[in-house]
Structure formats: structure tokens, C-alpha cells
Design a protein around this ligand. Structure first.
Ligand SMILES: *Cc1c(COP(=O)(O)O)cnc(C)c1O
Length: 477
């Protein structure tokens, strides 16, 4: 597709962009229970204005735009204070949870290179409820991920298993507050004590919960395990602002207990013919927009405003959770501390429920089974869903009735058997057959996702990973 020789008018550009949205999830409805954190119209407009004000400024060189340094320091300090860091704690803004986690792992690796040079093949211990960003970091930075199981009832990290997994090469232990999948907080004080006892670093991934929980804690409403810098042995924490801080996308905070540790995060290079480069995080050229927007929302909403927002999300999640638990055939997984959780069914294929709900305008996020958790649907509840719990539950009850009445329900056990046979007998050739079985031939997007999800659920992880990577490789061709 060639670039247009004559440019489109402003109106043409904007109308065309609007028309592109037709197939996107309609997040303004509040019915998209993943991906979007909508603070409401008035806050959204203020924050967008702040973002636009600094859209063009570049945070590449901290001496050129001191306003960006100032805002980054202030926002970071606000979040460190919320997470009970002392005057020695430091942090930086990043583009998101993934960048924060990547940096925590890279920092741990370089800290180990400096302080434990005898380690040639560093390892980190990651409970399987942790976000995939840790395994991504491991693959990017050549740190060996040692994954450990979790409790199948509570979905909390198994600290004894973590203890047993420690070797002379271990550099870092990981815990989540909470894990995204079930909204459950790991026993952070126990993991941190183990780290301290063995002289290891410990990262708390509070990407999704750190901000929300901290505001709750200050209101006396957080009753889960301690997870912040008040816990001895916690050496770094990641907390996203673009999730439950309701900031526009592109903002997370990576924090360290002190500057000596954070020093390993910073990259400088003066060897090439171009300018001497020094980066606090991964990105180099970066817009001032996310920084200004984060500053704006924290200062515009304030702690009281966040308490109101959080109460709306929590009340809605509690009503949804209780309602789901009361629907025969559905089962909520673990006890979420966060306003996000997941549920499964022991009686029917839960992926059909996702399809039925999608037809009713709700988006619920499928999560595949693992040896530690059954296949399930995840929901992220935000303030935007306030007032929708009753309608959601009515639709969910109807969806469950529809699925129970389906004559051609996909039997997961049977799909597993077929997939296993295919994989064993065809090896690599199985992938093509699987594609057609899952309904991803031709132009792609299925309207019924249940078969696709059932096949994906049944696939061995390496094959699913290859299939997904191929899919994305083709998608952007
Ligand atoms: C979302 C999330 C991440 C990754 O953050 P992104 O902003 O999507 O890159 C990491 N950890 C947890 C617990 C998360 O919920």
C-alpha cells in the first residue's frame, strides 16, 4: 500500500480513524472486563489534556526538559510513599509493567555480576502465578527461570517449594501482589524472609495491585498479606499507574530499596560517534505525555478521589464474585484480595460461557488450564463497571442456561485426547491440522471462540507458544 501522494484532510483522517474502530471492543460500555481502566469522563478529559500538553517533549535527555524530571520524581515519590518506602528508596517511570519487570530482572542480574561474580548462570525463582513478563525477562537477559508450583486451592506461591529450588546460582525470588490470574496475593513476608536468610534479592510484582491496595491500606481496608517496603527483605517493587492508577497507557513505576541497587538499572554509552547516551530505563526517546498524564491524574484525583474510585470497583467486584459463586455450576478460584478474579466450571466447558457473554456485549478473558489451575474466565473489575453487577449476573445466569442447553457442547476431555493423538502421530505436521480444527483458516477471526480456546487449552505449551508466535508473525505481514 503506497503512501498517498496528496495527504488527506484533517476531517478525512479523523473520520477514517473513527471508522477503523468498528470491530474493536466497546470499552465505554463498562462491559469490557479486561484491558481497559476507565476513570470516567471528567477525569479522562483532564488527563488527556495533560498528556497532549507534553506529547512532544522528549524525556531522552533529562537536562533539556527539567519539567519531565520534576514530574517523574514527584510521581515516583508519591508511589514510593504509598508503598512505604523510606527516604533511601528510589524509582523510575517506565512504559508499563513489562518494562518494570524487565528492569527488575536486568538489575538483579547486573547486581549479581558485580557482587557474586562466581555465578556464571544466574537463576531466578518464579511461582507459576507470576506474570509471563518474568519469563520474557529471563529469555531476554539470559537468566534461567526456575518455575515452581503454587497451592491448587489458594493459588498462593509455595514457599517451601521456593526454598527447595534455591541453588548456589539463585539471584532473585519473585512474588506477586496480586497475581493477575486469580487476584491472590502471595505470602510476601515469608518469601522476603527466605530471600533475606539466603542473601538474595526479592522482587514484588505489585503491577496491578500496588496502587489500589496501598490506598486501601491507608483507609484501613486492606486485609491481605503485607507486600510493600515495610516488609524486610523486599528489595524492589513494580507498580503500574496505567492499571488501577487509571493513568493513560504507558506508565508504571519500578522502585528499589536504595540507590546502590538501582545503579545497576542505568545504562550509559559514550563509545559511538553519536551523542553520549544515558538511559534510566529501557526506552531512549520517549514522550513526556505519559509522565504528565500520571502527574495530572494523581494530583487531580487525590487520595480521597481514589478512595471513591476504589470503593466502586471493590463493591462491584464483591457483588459479582458473590453472585457468580451462587450460580450452580460455576466456581470462583481462590480468594481474591483484588477486584479481579477468575471462575471455572466443573460441569460444562467454560469457554462457551465466554462466547455467550460476548454475544450479550460482555468481554471476559479466557485463561487456559495448567497443572496448577483449571481453564477459567478472568474478570478485571474497574470503577467503570459500577452499577452493572446485577445486569452482569442476570446475563451470566442466562449464558450458563444457554450453555447447559447446547446440543453440541465441546467436550474438553475429548479435545484433549484428539489433540494429544494428533501431536503424537503427526509431530510438526499437527500444527496445520490443529489450525483447521480450531477454525483459524482463511481470514482468521472466529465468531465462536470456544473451539479455538478448547484446542489451545489442550495443546502442550511449546506447541501453543509456536502457534501463537506464528499467528502474530503472519498477522503483521
Ligand atoms: C499487567 C501486569 C504485568 C505486565 O504489565 P504490562 O503493563 O501489561 O506490560 C505484570 N505483572 C502483573 C501482575 C500484571 O498484572
Amino acid at each position: 500500500m503506497p503512501l498517498p501522494m496528496q495527504g488527506l484532510s484533517r476531517d478525512e483522517v479523523l473520520t477514517t480513524l473513527e471508522s477503523f474502530r468498528a470491530q474493536d471492543l466497546p470499552w465505554r460500555s463498562g462491559r469490557v472486563l479486561a484491558y481497559v481502566y476507565d476513570p470516567g469522563k471528567e477525569i479522562e478529559e483532564t488527563v488527556k489534556a495533560a498528556y497532549m500538553k507534553y506529547l512532544t517533549e522528549n524525556a531522552l535527555d533529562p537536562t533539556s526538559f527539567p519539567s519531565l524530571v520534576r514530574m517523574e520524581r514527584e510521581v515516583t515519590r508519591n508511589v514510593i510513599d504509598l508503598l512505604q518506602g523510606d527516604a533511601n528508596a528510589v524509582g523510575n517511570l517506565t512504559s508499563g509493567g513489562t518494562e518494570s519487570v524487565l528492569l527488575a530482572v536486568k538489575t538483579a542480574r547486573d547486581h549479581a555480576r558485580a557482587t557474586r561474580p562466581e555465578i556464571r548462570e544466574p537463576e531466578m525463582i518464579v511461582p507459576l502465578t507470576a506474570h509471563p513478563a518474568f519469563l520474557k525477562a529471563a529469555s531476554y537477559f539470559n537468566v534461567k527461570p526456575v518455575t515452581v508450583g503454587v497451592d491448587r486451592e489458594t493459588f498462593r506461591a509455595d514457599v517451601d517449594a521456593m526454598r527447595r529450588a534455591i541453588t548456589p546460582n539463585t539471584i532473585l525470588l519473585v512474588g506477586s501482589a496480586p497475581g493477575y490470574a486469580q487476584g491472590v496475593v502471595d505470602p510476601i513476608p515469608e518469601i522476603a524472609a527466605l530471600a533475606q536468610e539466603r542473601g538474595l534479592l526479592m522482587h514484588v510484582d505489585a503491577c496491578v495491585g500496588g496502587f489500589h491496595f496501598s490506598i486501601m491500606r491507608r483507609a484501613g481496608e486492606y486485609h491481605g498479606p503485607a507486600f510493600d517496603f515495610s516488609v524486610p527483605g523486599v528489595t524492589s517493587i513494580s507498580t503500574d499507574l496505567h492499571k488501577y492508577g487509571y493513568s493513560p497507557k504507558g506508565c508504571s513505576v519500578i522502585m528499589y530499596r536504595d540507590k546502590a541497587l538501582r545503579r545497576h538499572q542505568i545504562y550509559a554509552c559514550a563509545t559511538t560517534t553519536t551523542y553520549a547516551l544515558v538511559n534510566s530505563a529501557v526506552q531512549s526517546t520517549k514522550s513526556g505525555g505519559p509522565v504528565a498524564a500520571a502527574w495530572a491524574i494523581l494530583h487531580h484525583v487525590g487520595e480521597e478521589g481514589y478512595r471513591t474510585i476504589i470503593a466502586k470497583a471493590n463493591d462491584t467486584a464483591a457483588a459479582m464474585g458473590a453472585g457468580i459463586a451462587a450460580i450452580p455450576g460455576l466456581r470462583v478460584l481462590g480468594q481474591a484480595e483484588m477486584c479481579m478474579f477468575s471462575f471455572t466450571s466443573d460441569e460444562f466447558n467454560i469457554f462457551h460461557v465466554a462466547d455467550a457473554m460476548r454475544r450479550k456485549g460482555w468481554y471476559l478473558q479466557p485463561q487456559f488450564s495448567t497443572p496448577w489451575s483449571p481453564e477459567n474466565l478472568h474478570i478485571t473489575v474497574t470503577a467503570a463497571a459500577h452499577g452493572l453487577a446485577e445486569g452482569f449476573l442476570a446475563d451470566l445466569r442466562a449464558a450458563v442456561d444457554e450453555v447447559r442447553a447446547m446440543p453440541d457442547q465441546i467436550d474438553l476431555a475429548q479435545v484433549r485426547q484428539t489433540v494429544q493423538m494428533l501431536v503424537e502421530s503427526l509431530g510438526a505436521g499437527a500444527v496445520e491440522q490443529l489450525r483447521s480444527m480450531a477454525g483459524i483458516e482463511g481470514d482468521g477471526t472466529p465468531t465462536e471462540w470456544a473451539m479455538l480456546n478448547s484446542v489451545f487449552d489442550a495443546l502442550p505449551d511449546p506447541i501453543l507458544e509456536a502457534l501463537l508466535a506464528d499467528f502474530v508473525n503472519d498477522l503483521y505481514a
